[in-house]
Design a binder for this molecule. Structure first.
Ligand code: SF4
Ligand code: SF4
Length: 299
């Protein structure tokens, strides 16, 4: 018991110790991200590549990029210092699945060397259908897909291009391919029993009303949580949305969309948009204690 809204009991059983999904667990269990995935295969209008991917992370921070070997070393060091460390995620700084070798080398080594740590990753979904077998191989039990639209006419305002089949695709066609890959990836994960959360970035005037339809479509395809996050628009951090100076939503606008989705997919309301190299309990960031030089000193 204690699960949010109408989450089925068998799903609550799986996520109740996960700090990101359970209000209760986030006081007791820690998570960390390792930044092993620098490249991205799409362009979001709200992204400046100098900073972490906003699929999962707060834009405007620069995480320390690691090789898979460095990442594994760091996870093992953190797990020995912070016994509550239960969840390891790969959330950038680019797209985890646009860097499949780095992401899955890391996951494979952790699956072998630290089998008790739960693994998760976040992605824009473009490469997802091709990677579902790998995801299942390492027992990755949570995937987050960022889905900002289910209509390419909305999508073309958000995504200027994707990199697809070795070439750049733009406009409506790009958004249509991305949309189809996101839906297919979600359906494949659900069919394989992988818990899938959807993140959406609320962009005022672009997809605010539309997110209600996104909520309906992702729930229909088995997403267990829908996390509607505000666009964080800070020009000094390079969140420029084309060149138009797009603003982020007010707290009331965010709540209005979240409320309008009530009764759809379960909403997550306490995601902190942690940086791609976050370490510790939610709401605390101990990443500075675990930089590579400090880990070397620990040995
Ligand atoms: Fe940036 Fe992430 Fe979008 Fe790629 S998916 S463009 S890294 S926000
Ligand atoms: Fe959890 Fe959200 Fe932080 Fe990811 S960004 S670790 S889902 S709180």
């Amino acid at each position: 018991s204690g699960g949010p809204d109408d989450m089925p009991a068998e799903i609550w059983e799986k996520v109740k110790n996960h700090p990101c999904y359970s209000e209760e667990a986030h006081h007791h269990y820690a998570r960390m991200h390792v930044a092993v995935a620098p490249a991205c295969n799409i362009q979001c209008n709200y992204c400046n590549r100098k900073y972490d991917c906003s699929n999962e992370s707060r834009p405007g921070v620069v995480s320390q990029k690691l090789t898979p070997d460095q990442a594994v070393k760091k996870v093992l060091a953190v797990a020995s210092e912070i016994p509550q460390m239960t969840v390891l995620g790969i959330a950038g700084p680019g797209d985890s699945l646009a860097n499949p070798k780095k992401t899955f080398d890391t996951m494979r080594m952790l699956h072998e060397q630290a089998p008790d740590i739960k693994l998760c990753l976040s992605t824009n979904g473009l490469a997802l259908p091709d990677q579902v077998d790998e995801i299942c191989k390492y027992n990755i039990d949570h995937v987050t897909i960022t889905i900002n639209m289910v209509d390419p006419a909305v999508g073309e305002k958000i995504y200027p291009w994707i990199f697809w089949n070795h070439k750049r695709v733009t406009g409506y066609e790009a958004a249509k391919i991305l949309h189809e890959r996101q839906m297919l990836g979600l359906e494949m994960l659900t069919a394989r029993g992988v818990l899938t959360k959807i993140n959406s970035v609320l962009i005022p005037g672009i997809n605010d009303e539309h997110l209600i339809e996104v909520n309906r479509e992702v729930k229909k395809r088995g997403a267990f949580l829908h996390n509607i996050m505000p666009l964080i628009s800070e020009p000094e951090h390079g969140t420029v949305f084309g060149l138009t100076g797009q603003r982020g939503p007010t707290a009331q606008e965010l709540k209005a969309v979240q409320d309008a989705c009530a009764g759809g997919a379960n909403l997550m309301r306490h995601c902190r948009q942690c940086r791609a190299d976050a370490v510790g309990l939610l709401g605390e960031d101990r990443s500075e204690e675990f930089t590579l030089d400090k880990i070397d000193e620990m040995e």
